[in-house]
Design a protein around this ligand. Structure first.
Ligand SMILES: [Zn+2]
Length: 241
């Protein structure tokens, strides 16, 4: 417990909360800027098992914001570099690593057994896959997304909360949203949003007061919005279809 004394001393976590963290199994999908930040915080906080999945290699322009990687890592697979770095942060965390991109064919195999799924991806396709897994199995899913100077997060805790498809209904447009490659990204944004997602994850694990709103934080304009969200009765994932 000495290692986690700062967690335990915080009244919102305590000894019971820390025990829950250490017994938890969390999946982080994607190990870029968001996923690297999320995984870093969860490993340092002492989760029992961390499942990670990523199939990309490290590009020099990733280093601007992807905090797990440094210059000598360029050209290496993100997964292996990240697992090595995470293992040095906390050797007591069991890491399950999958050198794959998440899709509907491998989701059950990769995410199965997780108590919680956290989104470190940058596309709607895998997000809808995580959301469908979350609703089907009653496993909380922490959505996050970043673009330009802002980012968003939403804590989905089925069946109590709306799901991702309630808030962002799948459509042709969702498949063609602008990306960081199109409009750029302020490098502090994913570190902030990823930290907020990791915080929401810890709250869900310990039974704390997780957010019920879609949180939108624009670091450039310095605006912070909490947008109330509602279930859609006709949602194809969590509703009547
Ligand atoms: Zn829904």
């Amino acid at each position: 417990m000495d290692r986690y004394c700062r967690n335990v001393t915080f009244s919102g976590i305590g000894e019971e909360g820390q025990r829950r963290i250490e017994e938890s199994s969390v999946a982080v999908v994607g190990l870029g800027a968001l996923g690297g930040t999320i995984a870093t915080h969860l490993v340092r906080a002492g989760v029992g098992t961390l499942t990670v999945c990523e199939h990309d290699t490290i590009d020099v322009h990733n280093i601007q914001r992807q905090l797990l990687y440094t210059e000598p890592d360029v050209g290496r697979p993100k997964l292996h570099t990240a697992v090595e770095a995470l293992g040095k942060m906390n050797s007591s965390v069991k890491i399950r690593a999958y050198d794959e991109f998440l899709d509907s064919n491998n989701a059950e195999r990769i995410l199965g057994g997780a108590d919680l799924v956290v989104d470190g991806t940058d596309r709607m396709g895998p997000r809808y896959v995580m959301n469908a897994f979350s609703v089907a199995h009653g496993v909380p899913y922490i959505y996050g997304g970043v673009l330009g100077g802002y980012g968003m997060t939403l804590s989905i805790v089925p069946p109590a909360t709306p799901c991702l498809a309630c808030v962002f209904p799948p459509s042709e447009r969702m498949d063609h949203l602008p990306t960081c490659a199109d409009v750029g990204i302020v490098n502090t944004v994913p570190a902030i949003i990823g930290s907020m997602q990791a915080t929401e994850a810890l709250k869900v694990i310990v039974g704390g007061p997780h957010s019920k709103d879609l949180i939108i934080y624009d670091v450039w304009e310095q605006t912070f919005d909490k947008v109330p969200v509602k279930k859609r009765p006709g949602c194809p994932v969590c509703g009547s279809g």
